[in-house]
Design a protein around this ligand. Structure first.
Ligand code: NAD
Length: 490
């Protein structure tokens, strides 16, 4: 099915697309063309109430008793449905976000694998059991946390939806997912697919809406037991505050300013194209974008020249063209924000070696940009620019490289390029980040925990550990003898 321009998307509550009680329907614009795309309903407080009520009812109903093998079957069925509808989903996402369609296809393929991974990982949800003090037996029950309010950003709407839904559903929770108001389309379509393959009504609900109003209301809602948030560190901090009074379970996947260290002994033929990919993929709008490239001084000039040459060859343009590598940014306003950082970097003393200006056409394009002679204290090296802008910083030796890598408030990801395997492992221990790549740039794999140190958040996604974040552990002690002990003698 092709994307129908002008179509109206509702909210997904209780197993169907519904009109918003808020009455608000917003026209979404295609970032790459500036033209209207579709109209999408925005949820207000009453809609969140309806969605949470549907999720609570589903938890109390048959879903709460659905055994693990049946949940596994449903997750596989949803994976199959996403795979079968990947062409439609890819076009929807590409047009809604402005992202290159080849990237979106890869993200959807990963999304399918996340559902399959958690469909299998369900088998690991098991308690423990052992005797205690002679005549007592202990066993533990793993129970779903309950209704989960999941909030996702605009940069990977489809993939973030899969990251959030798969472990929650595997654990037996129900979900009210709030996408960014600009990018709700693939999440809505996946919720429809979930209903079509047999997830009971109310298990998956999707309510787009503004963060400070609808999102905040969802977080504070007394019917929500756990919040899982992906977005900026600033919003994460506010959500943590909102969760503190009612002591809600919370996981936060936040921002990053990830280092990519290139040592003089690295194979630059590998390091350069991979470093280009790891910043310009998704037009730099990735939490784990390696936006600080740290290069050992002796190869710095050579690296900058070759990196800029490779970045200058990237094909920027129509996201639907399969040859495109860098699509548009999410909006003209965001492009202007990105450009503001570049101007600030130049004023702080950085040299613009490549780009530094918007791309051609009406869309929100920005050219791949290289800022050289950057010092780590500069704003462009400390703040998340979230666009196709790399800062290249020289370092003197291993110690200096580690110091600069860690001298930032974030700790999401780091990549190390070196010909010395022992050095790679030394750095893996020394760098404060949730994930380290040694001579490889990739980040997200099913089963490999993904998440942050420091202000990049807490909790992990994609791993077996993630299931525990959607489960409570209940300890049961039972007497196995007629009179196990005298309480007064303890
Ligand atoms: P954002 O924090 O502005 O918004 C993220 C989501 O939160 C949106 O759905 C938004 O509507 C909602 N929101 C905003 N204010 C809210 C509030 N007060 N209460 C409840 N919800 C609220 O972030 P963004 O600019 O949309 O996304 C980009 C950010 O996300 C970047 O910082 C990026 O690094 C981060 N990100 C992190 C990961 C990760 O896994 N660590 C992945 C992707 C993106």
């Amino acid at each position: 099915m092709a994307v129908t321009t002008g179509r109206e998307y509702g909210l997904f509550i209780g197993g169907e697309l519904v009109e918003p009680s808020s009455g608000e329907v917003r026209e979404l614009v295609e970032p790459a063309t500036g033209e209207p795309l579709v109209r999408a309903a925005m949820a207000g407080e009453e809609d969140v109430d309806r969605a949470v009520a549907a999720a609570r009812a589903a938890l109390a109903g048959p879903w709460g008793k659905t055994p693990a093998n049946e949940r596994s079957r449903l997750l596989h069925a949803l994976a199959d449905a996403i795979a079968a509808n990947r062409k439609e989903l890819a076009e929807l996402e590409s047009r809604n976000v402005g992202k290159a369609i080849t990237s979106v296809k890869a993200e959807l393929a990963n999304g399918v694998e996340y559902f399959r991974y958690y469909a299998s990982a369900i088998a690991s949800i098991a308690g423990r059991s052992h005797p205690v003090g002679g005549s007592l037996l202990f066993y533990s029950l793993k129970e779903p946390v309950g209704v989960c309010g999941q909030i996702v950003p605009w940069n990977y709407p489809a993939m973030m939806t899969t990251w959030k839904l798969a472990p929650a559903l595997a654990a037996g929770c129900t979900v009210v997912l709030k996408p960014d108001p600009a990018t709700p389309l693939t999440a809505l379509r996946m919720a429809e697919l979930a209903a079509e393959v047999g997830f009971p009504a109310g298990v998956v609900n999707v309510v787009a809406g503004d963060g400070p109003t609808t999102g905040s209301y969802l977080v504070r809602h007394p019917g929500v037991d756990k919040v899982a948030f992906t977005g900026s560190t600033k919003t994460g901090s506010e959500i943590m505050r909102l969760c503190s009074e009612p002591i809600k379970r919370l996981t936060l996947e936040l921002g990053g300013k990830s280092p990519n260290l290139v040592f003089a002994d690295a194979n630059l033929d590998d390091a350069i194209p991979s470093s280009v990919w790891s910043i310009y993929y998704s037009a730099g709008q990735s939490c784990e974008a390696r936006s600080r490239v740290l290069v050992e001084r002796s190869v710095y000039d050579q690296f900058v020249e070759r990196f800029a040459e490779a970045a200058g060859r990237l094909k920027v343009g129509d996201p639907l063209d399969p040859e495109t590598q860098v699509g548009s940014l999410i909006s003209a306003a965001h492009r202007d924000r990105v450009h503001g950082y570049v101007v600030q970097g130049r004023e702080e003393g950085a040299e613009i070696v490549l780009g530094g200006e918007p791309g051609d056409g009406k869309g929100a394009f920005y050219l791949p940009t290289v800022l050289a002679r950057v010092e780590n204290r500069m704003v462009v090296a400390q703040e998340e620019i979230f666009g196709p802008v790399v800062t290249v910083i020289p370092f003197e030796d291993e110690r200096d490289g580690i110091r600069i890598a860690n001298d930032v408030r974030y700790g999401l990801f780091a990549t190390v390029w070196t010909g010395d395997p022992a050095r790679g492992h030394r750095l893996a221990r020394a760098i404060k980040a949730g994930q380290i790549g040694i001579n490889m740039p990739y980040s997200a794999f099913p089963g490999i925990p993904f998440g942050g140190y420091k202000q990049s958040g807490f909790g992990r996604e994609l791993g077996i550990e993630t299931l525990d974040l959607y489960l409570e552990t209940k300890s049961v002690l039972t007497a196995t003898g007629p009179k196990p002990f005298n309480p007064w003698q303890l």
